[in-house]
Design a protein around this ligand. Sequence first.
Ligand SMILES: NC(=O)c1ccc[n+]([C@@H]2O[C@H](COP(=O)([O-])OP(=O)(O)OC[C@H]3O[C@@H](n4cnc5c(N)ncnc54)[C@H](OP(=O)(O)O)[C@@H]3O)[C@@H](O)[C@H]2O)c1
Length: 325
Amino acid sequence: MTVGAYAMAARQPGPPQVLHEIGFAPMAPAAGEVLIRHSAIGVNFIDCYFRSGLYPWPVPSDLVTGSEAAGVIEAVGDGVTGLTVGQRVAYTLPNFSYATHRTIAAQHVVLLPDGISDAVAAAVMLKGLTVRYLVKDSYAVKPGDTVLFHAAAGGVGLLAGQWLKAMGARAIGTAGGPDKVALARAHGFAEVIDYGATNFADEAKRLVPQGFDVVYDSVGKDTLARSLGCLRRHGTLVNFGQSSGPVTDFKVSDLAAGSYHLTRPVLFHFTSSRAWLEQAAADLFHLIGNGTLKIAVHSAPLREVARVHSDLEARRTTGSMVLIP
Ligand SMILES: NC(=O)c1ccc[n+]([C@@H]2O[C@H](COP(=O)([O-])OP(=O)(O)OC[C@H]3O[C@@H](n4cnc5c(N)ncnc54)[C@H](OP(=O)(O)O)[C@@H]3O)[C@@H](O)[C@H]2O)c1
C-alpha cells in the first residue's frame, strides 16, 4: 500500500459537509493503464452536481468526485506506449480525481509540455477543453461574430473571454457584481453586464440590437429563456450547464420564434475521441504557451475541498481553483 494515500469522498448525496477523508490503496495499473501521483486537482461545477445528487450517483458507496488533474506517472501497465514513469501528465474524466493517486486508462492522458505547470494543467484540462469545443465545435466562432457568454468571471468564463477575443469575436459577458464585472473585462470581454443589478437581456439588446450570433448559457434555469430572446434570427444557443438549476420549462416550439439552433453538449463526448483530445490539448497548451490565455490559478489544500465547494456554489469564486494533495 502506498503510505499516506487518501481521497476526499462524499458518503451520500448532499451538501459540501458530506465530503470526508478516506484512506485507500492505489491500484497497480492493469494493461493499458497508468498510475498517476496527483500534484494538482481541478475543481469544477460538475463536481457539485455529482456531490449534491443532481447527477446520478455512479457508484454503490462513497463517491470520490473531481474530474481533472495533473501529476507524475508512478507505474505503467502492459501495452502502454508513449508514456513512462516520471513523466508529467494531465487528464479530464468524470469523477475519482479528489485523491492523491489515480489509476486511469492511458488513452485519457496527455503529456505536459515544459512551459505548462502542473497547477495550470489541472486548472485548464476540463475548463479549457470545454472552451475549445464551445468555440470551435458547438458553434464555429468567426471574426466579427457577436457572442453573449454567461458567468464570464468563472473558471470557464475567464478562459472563454480571452479565447473569443483572440478569435476576433465581440464577446459580451454577464457576471454577478462589480468585482466580477471588472475581472471579466480584464479577460477579453468587450463589455460585461452585471446581471445581478440589471436585466441582462435588456442590456444585451441595447448593446447588440440585431441579436447575437451565439449565446453560451451555463447558468440554466435563471437565464435560458431570456438567452434565447437575445439571439439574431437563425442564431445558436449553446446550453452547457445549469449552475442556477436545471431548465424544466423549455419547449421545442420556443425555437420557432427565430428559427434558432440549440445544442446541449458534454465535454466527455468530445474527449472520448483520442484524435480530438490530442489536437484540442495541443491547441490549448499552445495558446497558454504563447501568452494568449493567461491562467490565474487559486489553490487550496485537498482536505479543504468542502469549503471550496461551499464557495463555488455560493458564487464566491472567480477563475480556476485547484486542490493540492
Ligand atoms: N457541458 C460541459 O461539457 C461543461 C464543461 C465544463 C463546465 N460546464 C458548466 O459550465 C459552468 C461553469 O463551470 P465552472 O466550473 O467554470 O464554474 P464557475 O463558472 O466558476 O462557477 C459558476 C458560476 O455560475 C454563476 N451562477 C449563476 N447563477 C448561479 C447560482 N444560482 N448558483 C451558483 N452559481 C451561479 C456564478 O457566477 P456569477 O456570480 O457571476 O453569476 C458562479 O460563479 C457550469 O454550469 C458547469 O456545469 C459544462
